[in-house]
Design a protein around this ligand. Structure first.
Ligand SMILES: *Cc1c(COP(=O)(O)O)cnc(C)c1O
Length: 448
C-alpha cells in the first residue's frame, strides 16, 4: 500500500515512510492510495488488529509481533476494548492502557513501529510534541526506553492537571525530555509548528511526529470499532465519539469505508464546537478556544479534518489545497452536499456535570468528562440502536470534575494514579521562545 498527500505535492510513499514522515512535506496529510475492504473474523484483539491493519502496512513483516507486544498483558492489564452495557447503550472502555486514556491504543503500537523501523533502516528519531495533557503522557509511555528514539514533550508550565503532570514528569528514562514551557498550550503548539515547518531543522534533527496527523495512529484506532461490532454481534451499530482533533472519529469513518456496517457516526464536541457546527451547517469556521472540563477536546482547528475533506472533495488534491488556502486566509470554508452517515452535537459545562451525576445515580457508572460529552450528545440525537459511546479516559484522570459533579472524592480512583505520588520527577523549565527550544533540542540531537 502506498500513501499520497491530500495536497498532491509528495510522490507516493510506503507505510513505513508515511509513519516516519508524520505530516506530509507539502503541508498536507498522508492518506492510503485506496481503502481496501476488510472482513475480519471474530477473534482476540491482537488477531483482529492484524487482520484490519495488514493490508495498510504490507511492508512491515514484523507487524504481528509489534501488535502482540503493544496489546499484551504487560501493557494492558485486561482486554484492550471491553464493551460494557450501561442503560440501553454500550460504553466502549478504551482507557485500560498505561496512561488511562484511549491514546495508549495507538501510541503503544506507534512507539514499537518507530523502533523496529529504525532498527531496519538505521538512523535516529527525535520526537517533538506539544501537549495540553493526555497526548504527552501516552506518547512518553509509548517510546520510553526505546532504542534510537528521544522524545521532547512541551507542556504549559503549571497549566496541566496534577495527574497529567505526574504521568509525564515521573518518567525519568534518559530518552524522555519533559519541557515545561513558561506560557500557554497555544504557545507550545506555536513552537511545535514553527520548529517542524523549518524543513532544514526538521531534517538535521530527524524530527518525527506523534500527534494524530500520523497515519499509524488513525489506522490503529480503526481496530476497536471492529472489536465493538464483534462483541455486539448485531447487524449494524451506531457510534458516538468525543472529538477534538478528529482523529478518533475519523478512524470510525475509515472503518465504515473498509466495510464495517456503521449505521450513524456521531461527532460530540464540547463548546469548542467547530466540528459539530460543520456537520450541522457545512461551514467550517474558526472560533476562539475556551477552556472546558474536557481539556483534551479544547481544540478549534482539527488537524485530521483535512483527511476527511479529501474524500468529500472527490480525492482531488487540487481542490483540497485550494480549500486549505482559503481557510488559512479567511478562517472559513464551505463544503457542498451532505453525508448522511454523520450526526453531531455539543455539550456545555452544565451538560457535562449533569451527565456525570445522572449516569452515576442511575447506572452506578462513573464517566470521565470527555466520555460524558459523548453520552450527552448521544442523548440529544436519535441514533439507530445499538449505540456505542466511546469512553476515552478513566475518570481517575479528572478527579476535580468528578468531585464537582457528584460531591464525592471516592469515585475517581485508580491504583495507577495513586502509584504516582512520591515518585521522583524530572523536568526542564524553558521560556516560550523558539530559540530556547531550538537550543535545547540541538544540544541533545547530535547528528548520528
Ligand atoms: C485526545 C482525546 C480526545 C479527542 O480525540 P481526537 O482524536 O483528538 O478527536 C477525547 N478524549 C480524550 C480523553 C482524549 O485524550
Amino acid at each position: 500500500m502506498r500513501y499520497v498527500s491530500t495536497r498532491g505535492g509528495v510522490a507516493p510513499v510506503s507505510f513505513r515512510s508515511a509513519v516516519m514522515m508524520g505530516l506530509a512535506e507539502d503541508g498536507g496529510l498522508l492518506v492510503p492510495e485506496r481503502v481496501p475492504s476488510v472482513g475480519p473474523a471474530r477473534s482476540g484483539y491482537a488477531e483482529l488488529a492484524l487482520e484490519v491493519m495488514r493490508p495498510f502496512a504490507d511492508d512491515v513483516p514484523e507487524l504481528d509481533e509489534l501488535i502482540r507486544a503493544a496489546y499484551a498483558l504487560e501493557t494492558y492489564l485486561g482486554p484492550v476494548a471491553p464493551l460494557r452495557p450501561v442503560g440501553d447503550r454500550f460504553v466502549l472502555e478504551l482507557f485500560h492502557g498505561p496512561t488511562l486514556a484511549f491514546k495508549d491504543v495507538a501510541l503503544q503500537l506507534l512507539g514499537r513501529l518507530f523502533e523496529s523501523t529504525l532498527a531496519l533502516q538505521g538512523g535516529r528519531l527525535n520526537i517533538l510534541a506539544a501537549t495540553s495533557g493526555d497526548t504527552g503522557s501516552a506518547a512518553i509511555s509509548g517510546v520510553r526506553g526505546r532504542a534510537g528514539i528521544q522524545i521532547f514533550v512541551m507542556h504549559p508550565r503549571g497549566r496541566v492537571s496534577r495527574v497529567q503532570e505526574l504521568q509525564m514528569t515521573s518518567v525519568t528514562d534518559p530518552n524522555v525530555h519533559n519541557l515545561a514551557i513558561r506560557g500557554t498550550f497555544d504557545d507550545c503548539q506555536a513552537l511545535l509548528k514553527r520548529l517542524s515547518s523549518d524543513l532544514e531543522f526538521k531534517r538535521r534533527c530527524s524530527l518525527g511526529a506523534v500527534n494524530s496527523v500520523n497515519w499509524a495512529r488513525v489506522l490503529a484506532q480503526t481496530v476497536y470499532y471492529f472489536a465493538a461490532f464483534h462483541q455486539l454481534g448485531t447487524e449494524r451499530v451506531s457510534f458516538c465519539v468525543p472529538t477534538g482533533n478528529f482523529g478518533d472519529v475519523l478512524a470510525g469513518w475509515y472503518a465504515a469505508r473498509m466495510g464495517l456496517p456503521v449505521a450513524r457516526l456521531a461527532v460530540a464536541t464540547n463548546t469548542n464546537d467547530i466540528l459539530s457546527r460543520f456537520f450541522a451547517t457545512g461551514e467550517y469556521s474558526l472560533g476562539a478556544v475556551e477552556p472546558t472540563l474536557a481539556p483534551a477536546m479544547d481544540i478549534q482547528v482539527a488537524s485530521n479534518f483535512e483527511r476527511y475533506l479529501y474524500y468529500r472533495m472527490g480525492e482531488d488534491p487540487s481542490r483540497v489545497a485550494a480549500a486549505m488556502r482559503e481557510f488559512a486566509a479567511t478562517g472559513r470554508l464551505k463544503v457542498e452536499g451532505e453525508d448522511p452517515l454523520w450526526a453531531a452535537g455539543r455539550a456545555t459545562r452544565e451538560d457535562i456535570l449533569r451527565t456525570i451525576r445522572e449516569v452515576h445515580d442511575r447506572h452506578g457508572t462513573v464517566l470521565d468528562p470527555h466520555t460524558a460529552v459523548g453520552w450527552h450528545v448521544a442523548s440529544q440525537l436519535e441514533l439507530p440502536p445499538p449505540v456505542v459511546c466511546l469512553a476515552t479516559a478513566h475518570p481517575a484522570k479528572f478527579p476535580e470534575a468528578i468531585r464537582e459533579a457528584t460531591g464525592r472524592d471516592d469515585l475517581a480512583r485508580h491504583p495507577r494514579v495513586e502509584a504516582l505520588e512520591g515518585l521522583p520527577t524530572r523536568c526542564t523549565v524553558l521560556d516560550a521562545s523558539e530559540q530556547a527550544v531550538r537550543d535545547y533540542l540541538s544540544s541533545c540531537c547530535a547528528p548520528a
